[in-house]
Design a protein around this ligand. Structure first.
Ligand code: GAP
Length: 481
């Protein structure tokens, strides 16, 4: 993991936020390569889940075709959204403070935490440790809307993008002419005041989510849950996560949230975790009708197996919903129903981290004189690679730079392409390997006479000659459009 963090810093993938001021825990900046990688992850998700999705044919084994539409909702929403959804009361971790050293720990992570006092021990193990009993700590960041700092103007940075989709259910129904089943997709920033941000970007305080709320008929919801669970796993594998490091784990009944009829996590064996342990990449939850009902009726609680509105001593809802009708009228059956929801909820930053961890490799390859040279190579899937190709003139004279620049400018119209004429050709290849560039095109003496270039493959390091006019087609075929 240290090597990956160092590479991210050295090559401009990820930097600590506000680094010149010493950084700020749980916040990260993406550099020139990181921002392209992240864009490619978002783009792959949006293309595969929303745009390229076939909405005219039922997927194999499923009863109906479905539509997917996108949305982008605000980060700060009406505070009642978080009260009705349950986040205001329940979105917390238990924390433990040390009265002596003032350090703060997550109660469920005491065994894996370290007391800041030397020699390093676990919290509570020094004679001076003075731990408080566990206390609730709400993870939502609070802010104030408008000029007055008073309870009336309190608002929250969203801790998930999901609620923006539920509260727009009516708007989407009314405008997109969608019928059940259909999905709403959103990518955007979320914020959680994590007690112990850690493992590089894995647990951050500001991060990005890619979420789908898939609305369906209750009787079909179990089948759609299984469909989404399996489809989302295949997506990660299709983009290069090896199947022995990525796995699907169904939650046991005790682990399920109070509203969930089924949840599975897609997990990855991140290198910072102890051998054999996996960390969550994405959760796929069967949420029943919990969310739409909460926003109609008010905050729900489970009572004797039933979800009911939580009421105060006066009989009124503790946190009222909107009172708006979020039901669906089924024209075929003439029924009004509250659709059930399947929610595949992924993290952009965690996906980026998993793809980086999976791609990182070290090997030894011969340089142009045949001398073995160690190299670091990022074997990123071509769709995710921040730079798709590099154009390299073998030497900086004899007309090669002019031809190389012409090819570079042409490719740049379609892809993020690099031009590099500095240093030995072997060094230039290794520089590209380190940032995951799948192909290098080298313009040499032969190019000037027969119009061919060498193309070098990052993973195999094999080289072949192709016609310069065929380079765009070569790339298009391998980069998937
Ligand atoms: N709407 C459901 C929801 O938000 P979640 O399991 O809390 O579910 C979904 O979050 C995904 O968001 C996680 O699987 C993870 O990829 C990402 N995520 C959650 N908290 C995160 C954090 N503190 N830092 C980075 N990513 C996080």
């Amino acid at each position: 993991m240290d090597k990956i963090v160092a590479l991210c810093k050295r090559r401009g993938f990820i930097f600590p936020s506000s680094e010149i001021y010493g950084g700020i825990g749980g916040f990260w900046d993406y550099g020139p390569l990181g921002v392209e990688l992240k864009r490619n992850v978002r783009e792959a998700w949006w293309q595969d889940m929303v745009l390229r999705h076939d909405d005219t044919t039922p997927p194999p084994g499923m009863p109906s075709a479905y539509a997917m539409v996108g949305i982008e909702t605000s980060i700060i929403m009406h505070p009642q959204v978080w009260k009705a959804s349950g986040h205001y009361d329940l979105f917390h971790d238990m924390l433990v403070d040390c009265r002596h050293c003032k350090a703060r720990f997550r109660a469920d992570q005491l065994a894996s935490s370290q007391c800041p006092e030397k020699p390093s021990k676990r919290p509570g193990e020094h004679t001076t440790c003075d731990l408080t009993p566990p206390r609730e700590f709400n993870l939502m960041f609070k802010t104030y809307v408008g000029a007055l700092v008073d309870p009336e103007s309190e608002a929250y940075l969203r801790p998930e993008t999901a609620q923006g989709m539920f509260v727009n259910f009516r708007n989407v129904l009314a405008t997109a002419r969608v019928k059940l089943p259909f999905g709403i997709a959103q990518i955007g920033k979320s914020f959680r005041n994590e007690i112990t941000p850690r493992y590089f970007t894995y647990r951050s305080r500001e991060f990005e989510q890619m979420e789908i709320e898939f609305f369906c008929r209750p009787e079909e919801s179990r089948a759609w849950y299984e469909y989404w669970r399996d489809r989302r796993l295949r997506w990660y594998v299709s983009l290069g996560l090896r199947s022995d490091r990525v796995r699907l784990r169904e939650h046991s009944p005790e682990e399920l949230s109070h509203y969930s009829c089924g949840t599975a996590d897609i997990e990855y064996a991140f290198p910072f975790l102890p051998e054999g342990e996996f960390g969550e990449l994405e959760g796929i939850a069967h949420r029943g009708d919990f969310d739409l009902r909460s926003h109609m009726e008010g905050k729900l609680v489970r009572q004797g197996g039933e979800l009911v509105v939580e009421r105060g001593p006066d009989g009124k809802p503790v946190h009222p919903g909107s009172g708006k009708d979020l039901t669906y009228f089924d024209e075929e059956t003439g029924e009004r129903i509250v659709p059930h929801v399947i929610e595949p909820s992924a993290g952009v930053d965690r996906s980026v981290l998993a793809f980086l961890c999976e791609a990182y490799d070290e090997d030894v390859i011969p340089d142009e004189k045949g001398v073995p040279q160690p190299r670091v190579v990022l074997r990123l899937h071509p769709r995710l690679a921040p730079v798709k190709a590099a154009v390299l003139p073998l030497i900086r004279k004899e007309g090669m730079p002019e031809v190389a620049l012409e090819l570079y400018r042409e490719l740049k119209r379609s892809w993020n392409v690099d031009y590099d004429d500095k240093g030995s050709i072997g060094r230039r290849y290794r520089r590209q390997d380190e940032c995951g560039t799948p192909y290098c095109f080298t313009v040499d003496g032969q190019t000037l006479s027969d119009g061919t270039v060498t193309v070098r493959d990052r993973d195999t390091t094999r080289q072949e000659r192709i016609r310069m006019v065929d380079v765009p087609g070569f790339l298009r075929e391998r980069l998937g459009g």
